[in-house]
Design a protein around this ligand. Sequence first.
Ligand code: NAP
Length: 471
Amino acid sequence: MDLILASQSATRRRILNSARISAQFMSPQIDEENITKSLIAEQALPRDIADTLAEHKALKISRKNPDSWVIGCDQILVFEGEIFGKPASPEALKTSLSRLSGKTHRLITANVIYKDSKPQWRHISISHMSMRFMSAAEIDAYIEAYWEDVKHSAGGYHFEKTPDLFADVRGNWFDIMGLSIGPIISFLNQTNTTAPFQTPKLAAVLGHPIAQSKSPLMHGHWLKKHQISGDYFAIDIPPARFSETVRMLFDLGFSGFNVTIPHKEQALAFADDATPRAQRIGASNTLIKKDNGNITADNTDGYGFMTNLISQSTTWQPSAGPSLVLGAGGAARAILVALLDAGAPKIYLCNRTRARAEDLAAEISDLIEVIEWQDKEDILPKVFTVVNSTSLGMIGKPALDFDLTHVNPRALVADLIYAPLETQLLKGARARGCEVVGGIGMLLHQGVPGFEAWFGTRPVVDQELETLVLT
Ligand code: NAP
């Protein structure tokens, strides 16, 4: 099917790509401002203005491409009967955001399909967007951070970048993004006799900050590799807005989320129920919407850690003898639970701040014995597994000062750090004959259960993925 999207919007392109619909993208270049002015003068309704603008765009491209199916799109923001266009300047944006703050506006999305200069199909959706109250200082900070991103958007916001600006939204993710892909797919599937398209499923990683996350790269790779109709985003949510924003995103159609620092505890509290491992760890890195609408919290960090160790070593048995875990932060919780669940008979836990290790041991199991940070070398001859779950040894952090002279050469030494790929700890352990395992595999494997739950296919962790994530 020869399809053209008459739009320059990267967001709309992304939606078509995520639905595995191949199309050409053409810019229709119509005089939107004048057409809108004359429609307003004729007292046209906002929905008719959006529809007419979408038609003009589709028609212009269709005239030159009569054999193609052409999708035309337009979006209009309406508040108190007034149409809000693209902000002309930061000052204009300040005025419009001050008016929208704490109020509900309508976002009208019109999509039409033309062929041979004749309309074939049309669809109009209206989303109700309730912006939370923003102080003047918050508006200033927002404009300073996002002006370049939002200056071409009606109303001056990018919902996908800052959904936390909204207290409540009634609608559907794709309508808000400007392309009503579900109805478009229904039309295309009726018209097109070949491959049926499917509405993309949606997932995202939520954190604060989130720009550094490798998860979009990883899940994007799996979606492409397995030819799945779906999309995966990175969304920054400030901690104070976590629950409301996640609830809203689920209501808009998301299947689930990965959750990272600082939201893992809040994610567990937010969910309707939790897997036993998430409950024992006391934090969640994966939220899944079930068929009955309930949200389940899982924690796949320990699963990722253990799967990585098992896949890297042919001989290692967690039950072979005691383990030593360095660190008592968020990651250590998952490691301790995973080692115990896999049969570790005893774990020595050692952390710079001893009290933190004691709290963790008391919470998790009496098989965990806390030792002093300076005694970590003394315990080495006794242990069969050594895990560094501190941030020491990571690029940009201090080195881990750890003398391995007395390490058991039959021990497996694992580091959660993956930058650098092989830490000084692993180099030293390898030189002493130990099996060593780095942290990258944990990162890759922890993503598998979430991807399978949201997108319905169990993805593969392979060298291609590792190379992609590391470059
Ligand atoms: P976290 O909650 O911030 O904990 C950091 C840990 O490092 C604490 O135990 C802390 O000890 C210790 N630490 C920090 N600076 C130290 C120093 N100068 N001397 C001694 N100990 C120090 O972090 P996290 O989430 O547990 O993550 C820990 C590491 O694991 C990070 O490097 C992270 O990138 C990595 N990680 C990797 C994966 C993966 O998939 N491979 C997953 C999760 C985490 P105190 O309690 O005394 O502050």
